[in-house]
Design a binder for this molecule. Structure first.
Ligand SMILES: [Zn+2]
Length: 413
């Protein structure tokens, strides 16, 4: 471990893998478990960084693929790193770009939403989409979704890009598969991700030494293996033990194909093997009911675009479930979105006003709904952390799920 990064556990749940802790980075601390809002292109769409701080966000996660294409990682480096560039006074995270680059290849929307049973083929391409990415043992060649130009990511390039972007926590470059891939393909991809994991450590060590004037960046390995118990456990065992250039991973991300029904099982397989004293991040999961499953199986941090993405379509969370503000039922509803919410939107605006600005396609609609949804998810995980400390996590979970009406098919956009 390098200077400026650490993880300390302050409390453990007796009945599960859940724990409470603190991640320390050069740009500040994250009290865990925590939800990390996503600002893909170094902005949480429609919301000021100050508002994100006010609503309780402890850190923000951006995407290396998008920032690599625009404005380019050299710009962020010159600006003094991601946090300074986007006026965010706190820790930042980037994901490696592997998911975004590889999803160009198969056109998958969201791994969690996929039905593993429908079909399994390594050649699946959604909706006649052109295949935009090709993976080989050295890396991935892909076509920019912006201008069609050709690019190549390798483990080394991903590390170089993420060092230039300068987030406090960065991820190893991995091959993200889908539930549609065959078992044989999952094995090949896992071996590739293992080899890339070693190369990421080497390049990360080299860059950390070369750029020793920069704040330390923690590197997390990514555990793949789709829905297969043996593959997930092997990946966890391999990455936990992995060392190269005399360094090992500072933490771990759990990624890839995660079916909603098996999410908890898979996370548990992996977290029972990974070292307890290192932080675990669950990549791209953020539906309320899934956050409980993650926390009780030992996840410390989450990121997901869901809360902000659905907010822009007028879908908002409440303690009773989700609803759409555009619905005519809210035209004369002068209550807040959720009368138990303490966010800026709920303390200043009514459903009727929000209905009006959504119907009128006013820009403020996205801002107000995003502030509410991000606050809702950040606070929900904060409440889980407090419940763990108070010893009533399981009662809190039962109360929440008893009230929250989850409509099937709505949680994974
Ligand atoms: Zn609110």
């Amino acid at each position: 471990m390098g200077s400026g990064f650490s993880y300390e556990i302050s409390h453990r749940d007796e009945k599960s893998l859940a724990r409470v802790g603190t991640i320390s980075t050069p740009h500040g601390q994250i009290q865990t478990p925590a939800f990390i809002p996503v600002g893909t292109k170094a902005t949480v769409k429609s919301v000021l960084p100050e508002s994100m701080r006010d609503l309780g966000a402890q850190a923000l996660l951006a995407n290396a693929y998008h920032l690599y294409l625009q404005p380019g990682p050299d710009i962020l480096d010159e600006a003094g790193g991601l946090a300074k560039f986007m006026n965010w006074d706190g820790p930042t995270i980037t994901d490696s770009g592997g998911f975004q680059v590889l999803s160009l290849g198969v056109g998958f929307k969201k791994v969690l939403a996929m039905d593993a049973k429908t079909f399994r083929s390594d050649e699946v391409i959604a909706g006649n989409k052109e295949r935009l990415a090709h993976v080989d043992d050295e890396g991935v060649t892909f076509k920019s979704h912006l201008d069609g130009s050709m690019h190549r990511f390798t483990p080394e390039i991903s590390m170089q890009v993420q060092h230039q972007i300068g987030a406090d926590i960065i991820f190893a470059f991995d091959e993200c598969t889908t539930l549609h891939n065959t078992r044989r393909y999952q094995e090949v991809a896992m071996q590739r991700t293992y080899n890339w994991g070693l190369r990421c450590l080497d390049e990360h060590k080299r860059l950390t030494d070369v750029r020793s004037d920069k704040p330390y960046q923690a590197l997390f390995g990514v555990i793949q293996g789709a829905q297969y118990e043996d593959l997930r456990k092997k990946a966890a065992t391999d990455f936990a033990a992995m060392t190269s250039s005399d360094i090992s991973y500072d933490g771990f991300g759990i990624g890839g194909a995660l079916d909603k029904d098996s999410l908890g099982t898979i996370v548990k397989w992996v977290n029972e093997i990974l070292p307890e004293n290192k932080p675990k991040h669950l990549l791209g999961i953020g539906a309320p009911e899934d956050l409980f499953v993650g926390v009780e199986n030992g996840i410390d941090t989450f990121d997901c675009v869901l809360a902000s993405r659905i907010a822009r379509t007028s879908a908002v969370y409440t303690m009773e479930g989700r609803f759409n503000l555009s619905n005519a039922a809210y035209k004369r509803d002068f209550n807040p979105i959720d009368d138990e919410c303490d966010c800026y939107t709920c303390t200043h605006y009514t459903r009727a006003y929000l209905h009006h600005v959504f119907r009128g396609k006013e820009i403020i609609a996205a801002t107000l709904a995003t502030i509410h949804n991000e606050r809702y998810i950040v606070r929900l995980v904060d409440q889980m952390r407090q419940a763990l400390l108070d010893g009533n996590f399981w009662d809190m979970k039962a109360d929440f799920l008893g009230r929250y009406k989850h409509k099937s098919g709505q949680s994974n956009d």
